[in-house]
Design a binder for this molecule. Structure first.
Ligand code: NAD
Length: 294
C-alpha cells in the first residue's frame, strides 16, 4: 500500500494513475471533497498525515507551498509522527531551502526524503506525461522509487543532494512564466494591429518565437477565454519568488526574472491568488485595449 497526502489538481489525477496501475492507496487531504473520488475508487481515507504514515512505507505528497510541506511533514499529526513510513516522496514545488530542512528532519527519523517535483500541468498529470525531476540517494531511486514515479511520466535523476531537483523545477517554472508574460505582450500587440490571433499563433508555432505559452496555454485557455489552465497565479508567483530568492542567496542577479515576478504580483493584486495564471494575458489585453480571442 502507498500513502498519498494532498490530492488536489495535480495530486488527484496522479493518485488516480497509481490506482489505475494496480497500487492500493491510503489518502489524506485537508479538503474531504478532494479525496472523495479516490475513496469512491477504493482508496482508504486517513484522518491525518500521521495516519497515512502509519499505514504505508512509501508516502507521496502534492501540497501547495513550502510552509504546508514543512507542516505536513514535521508538524503536529504530520508524517514524521507515523510509525511505518520509510520513504517520503515530495511531488510539490517546494524549493531547495524547505526541501533541505524537511529532508534533515526526516533523516533523524530514518526516513529517506525524495524530491520529485513535476512539470506538465493537470493535463500531463491525467495522461501520465509529466516530467518528474528526482533527487535522492541513487540506490533508493533504482530499487524503490523509479517504478512508482514512472507511472506519472518521464523521470530525470539529478543527483543525491536534497533540493537539487527542486532547483531544476524552479528554473523551468521561471521560464514558463516568462514565456507567458512576453507572449501576452506580443499577442496583444498583434491583435491591436489587426492580426487574427489564431493566424498569429499558427505563424509563431512554426517559427522561432514558439514556446510553451504559444503552443499550449494560448490555444487551450486564452483564445477560448476560459482562463482554466489549472495552475493558480498564487502558485506561479510562489515558484518565481522561490527561484529569485534562491538566486539572490547564490549571488546571481536575475533581471528578467525580477520583471516576471512583478508581473505576477500585479496579476495576483488585480485578479486574486486563486485566478488561473493565464490571467497574466489579461493585463496585456487591458493595456492594449484588446481581447486575444479566437
Ligand atoms: P491544489 O491547491 O489544487 O492542491 C493542493 C491540495 O493540498 C489541495 O487538495 C489541498 O486541500 C491540499 N492541502 C492543502 N493544505 C493541506 C494540509 N495542511 N494537509 C493536507 N492537505 C492539504 O494545488 P496543485 O495545483 O495540485 O499544486 C500542488 C503542487 O504541485 C504545488 O506545489 C504546485 O506548485 C505543483 N505543481 C502544480 C502544477 C499545476 O499545473 N497545477 C504543475 C506542476 C506542479
Amino acid at each position: 500500500m502507498l500513502g498519498f497526502v494532498g490530492v488536489g489538481r495535480m495530486g488527484g489525477p496522479m493518485a488516480g494513475r497509481l490506482l489505475d496501475a494496480g497500487y492500493s492507496l491510503c489518502v489524506y487531504d485537508r479538503d474531504p471533497e478532494a479525496a472523495a473520488p479516490l475513496v469512491a475508487r477504493g482508496a482508504r481515507l486517513a484522518r491525518s498525515p500521521a495516519e497515512v504514515a502509519s499505514t504505508a512505507e512509501i508516502v507521496l505528497m502534492s501540497l501547495p507551498t513550502p510552509d504546508v510541506v514543512k507542516a505536513v511533514t514535521l508538524g503536529e499529526n504530520g508524517i514524521a509522527g507515523g510509525n511505518r513510513v520509510r520513504s517520503l516522496i515530495d511531488l510539490s514545488t517546494t524549493g531547495p531551502g524547505a526541501a533541505t530542512i524537511a529532508a534533515r528532519g526526516m533523516a533523524e527519523r530514518d526516513v529517506t526524503w525524495i524530491d520529485a517535483p513535476v512539470s506538465g500541468g493537470v493535463a500531463g498529470a491525467k495522461a501520465g506525461t509529466l516530467a518528474v525531476m528526482v533527487s535522492c540517494p541513487r540506490e533508493t531511486y533504482d530499487t524503490k522509487i523509479a517504478p512508482i514515479l514512472k507511472v506519472f511520466g518521464k523521470t530525470f535523476y539529478t543527483g543525491d543532494k536534497p533540493g537539487l531537483a527542486q532547483t531544476a523545477k524552479l528554473v523551468n517554472n521561471l521560464l514558463a512564466a516568462a514565456a507567458l508574460v512576453i507572449s501576452s505582450e506580443g499577442m496583444a500587440m498583434g491583435v491591436k494591429a489587426g492580426l487574427d490571433p489564431k493566424v498569429l499563433l499558427d505563424i509563431i508555432n512554426v517559427s522561432s518565437g514558439r514556446n510553451s505559452a504559444t503552443q499550449d496555454k494560448f490555444p487551450r485557455s486564452i483564445l477560448p477565454g476560459t482562463f482554466d489552465y489549472g495552475f493558480t497565479t498564487a502558485l506561479s508567483y510562489k515558484d518565481v519568488r522561490l527561484c529569485l530568492d534562491e538566486a539572490e542567496a547564490m549571488g546571481i542577479p536575475m533581471i528578467m526574472g525580477a520583471v516576471v515576478r512583478q508581473i505576477l504580483a500585479l496579476t495576483q493584486a488585480k485578479y486574486g491568488p486563486d485566478s488561473d495564471f493565464t490571467s497574466i494575458a489579461k493585463l496585456s489585453e487591458e493595456w492594449a485595449g484588446v481581447e486575444i480571442r479566437g
